[in-house]
Design a protein around this ligand. Structure first.
Ligand code: PLP
Length: 414
């Protein structure tokens, strides 16, 4: 086994080329310039209408409502169901804080439940165990390169009369059992923030197959206007109990997204091929496993691909050391978000949320401390780069003993 770069050996992946993100192209630049010249910058333009319809259709939903970001989409998905004060919303412990903040924004209490050790997504049994008479909604998150078990979660939710909102911020274009993600639950919420697989700087969309919910979503994001209303010309107001906001997106976001949507199938095909290649390369390497895809994933989407270092011979080495060793080889691997209730940005007092009684031990250990992620653009690299990435990971894992000796030396008393 070659010597680790961290210990003075040669870096194996120092020259890898990773595609730039977000993508840019001349046709979109031209289309943006046309929107600019048109003066039609705000809501309800032709690009917004077309993109919302096309995105929804691509995910097997009838309606799409474009919004400012993928946090307010979650807030609206809860709000249109009348969820608010006194209600509980179950969310996975491992996710970006926005999933839980959305519950707080409508006045409800987020309840954190544990994840599966394979997909890193909400564990259906943990969800069921966390249900109380106050539970109104559950938000499974299709995290990084995994998918929550929609069938199992829906079945439990139906039994208890709980609304399923899919957080698909990481899962544009993903398909579960032949059908688009986001169209399985009552509402699917997506983010188009700059780092996402479809990116417009900021942006988000809710999709649904329920016409009444679509109308409520539109009114909630557009200060009460119904779809199709011209500015200042409203023929009907929002329902009295619906609090409405300005969560609108602009025509500029829509036009950027249109170009990327046209390319999404090709992008995901490449991502899936390269993810499979990485999985295959690392299949027999003891000490690392790749994040499990969705159980019934017919097409996995990727915000990132996860690598779990939770088995011998690496299980006892701190993730930061593995990260350092991979970095020295030329591969930047990030830590996960960690559990929301320990996240530095989650400044919410403990009385405003609840951790499920069974705890979230898998999220706190495997999810927060043993997993590294490579952001999705790496899956767009060429074959040689993918081979080098796998080789760099295998090299670090194969040098576990040397890494441990290095750590012991560093920790030894003076
Ligand atoms: C899982 C998840 N949900 C929701 C969001 C919120 O999306 P946005 O940043 O567009 O508000 C994010 C953003 O990263 C996310 O990762």
């Amino acid at each position: 086994m070659e010597k680790l770069a961290l210990l003075g050996g040669e870096a194996i992946a120092s020259d890898i080329q990773i595609p730039a993100w977000p993508p840019t192209d001349e046709a979109t630049a031209q289309a943006l310039a046309e929107v600019y010249r048109s003066g039609n910058w705000s809501f309800g333009g032709p690009h917004e209408k077309q993109f919302a319809a096309d995105f929804a259709a691509a995910h097997d939903a009838q309606f799409g409502v474009l919004m400012a970001n993928g946090t307010v989409t979650l807030q609206c998905a809860l709000g249109v169901h009348g969820i608010g004060a006194g209600d509980e919303v179950i969310v996975p412990a491992l996710t970006w804080p926005a999933t839980a903040m959305a519950a707080l924004y409508v006045g409800a209490t987020p309840v954190f439940a544990d994840i599966e050790a394979t997909t890193l997504c909400l564990d259906a049994a943990a969800f069921e165990a966390a249900i109380t008479p106050r539970t109104r909604a559950v938000i499974p998150v299709h995290l990084y390169g995994g998918m929550a078990d929609l069938e199992a979660i829906q079945e439990i939710a139906d039994k208890h009369g709980i609304v399923v909102i899919e957080d698909c911020a990481h899962a544009q274009g993903g398909r579960w059992n032949g059908r688009g993600l986001g169209s399985h639950g009552a509402v699917g919420s997506f983010s188009f923030q700059q780092s996402k697989t479809l990116a417009s700087g900021e942006g988000g969309i809710c999709i649904t197959n329920d016409e009444n919910l679509a109308d409520r979503l539109y009114r909630m994001k557009h200060i009460g206007y119904g779809d199709g209303s011209k500015q200042g010309a409203y023929s009907s107001g929002p329902p009295a109990e619906l609090t409405v906001y300005n969560f609108r997106a602009t025509e500029f976001q829509a036009v950027i997204l249109q170009g990327q949507l046209a390319n999404l199938d090709a992008l995901l095909e490449k991502y899936n091929r390269n993810a499979a290649k990485l999985e295959e390369h690392l299949h027999d390497v003891a000490g690392v496993r790749t994040q499990g895809r969705g159980r019934l994933a017919t097409r996995q989407s990727y915000y990132a691909i996860g690598f779990l270092f939770d088995e011998a011979p690496l299980a006892d080495l701190p993730f930061s050391l593995i990260q350092q060793a991979l970095g020295a080889e030329g591969l930047t691997i990030n830590a996960t978000y960690g559990v929301v209730y320990k996240h530095l940005l989650f400044n919410v007092p403990p009385e405003k949320y609840r951790i499920a009684a069974a705890g979230c031990s898998i999220a706190e250990t495997i999810g927060a401390e043993r997993t590294g992620i490579l952001l999705h653009q790496i899956l767009g690299a060429d074959d040689a780069t993918i081979d080098l990435i796998a080789a760099a990971i295998a090299k670090v894992v194969g040098n576990a003993a040397a890494l441990r000796a290095h750590a012991d030396l560093q920790n030894a008393p003076e």
